[in-house]
Design a protein around this ligand. Structure first.
Ligand SMILES: [Zn+2]
Ligand SMILES: [Zn+2]
Ligand SMILES: [Zn+2]
Length: 125
C-alpha cells in the first residue's frame, strides 16, 4: 500500500491568529489575547485615543482633548481654568482637586475612580 503525502491546498491558512481572537501588540498591550467580539471595544478602550505627544492612552476622546490642552499646550497659562470632563457641562475649576469634587458630586463618579487618568493615561493592570 502506497502512502501518499499530499499537500493540503485547502482554504485554511496556517498564519491565522488564535482561534476567534487576536494577539494585540499595540502599546500598552504586550501579546495580550483579545477575542474577536471584544476586539473593537478593546481598540477603542486602549488604542483609539492615544496622545501623539506622550503615547499615553486616554480611553475617551474628551479626556484626550483635555489632556492635550492641560499637559501639552505650550501657550496655556498656568492659571487657566480646568474644564469639566463632560463636554456638555460648562463648569470650570481652578484646581484638579476641585474638579474631582465636582465630578463626584455632580456626575456621581465613584471615589475609587482614578482621576489622575487625565495626566497619567489609562494604565492597564
Ligand atoms: Zn491592545
Ligand atoms: Zn500626552
Ligand atoms: Zn461637570
Amino acid at each position: 500500500m502506497k502512502r501518499r503525502l499530499e499537500r493540503q491546498d485547502g482554504p485554511q491558512t496556517t498564519a491565522k491568529p488564535r482561534k476567534n481572537g487576536v494577539v494585540c501588540n499595540e502599546p500598552p498591550c504586550a501579546n495580550d489575547y483579545v477575542s474577536l467580539e471584544l476586539y473593537s471595544s478593546h481598540v477603542s478602550q486602549f488604542h483609539d485615543n492615544v496622545c501623539c505627544a506622550c503615547g499615553k492612552n486616554f480611553v475617551y476622546q474628551r479626556i484626550l482633548d483635555l489632556h492635550l490642552e492641560e499637559c501639552h499646550d505650550p501657550f496655556r497659562d498656568s492659571d487657566s481654568q480646568l474644564k469639566c470632563w463632560h463636554a456638555k457641562c460648562r463648569d470650570q475649576f481652578p484646581t484638579h482637586a476641585l474638579r474631582i469634587e465636582h465630578l463626584q458630586r455632580t456626575h456621581h463618579y465613584p471615589s475609587s475612580y482614578d482621576f489622575d487618568i487625565i495626566y497619567k493615561g489609562y494604565v492597564t493592570t
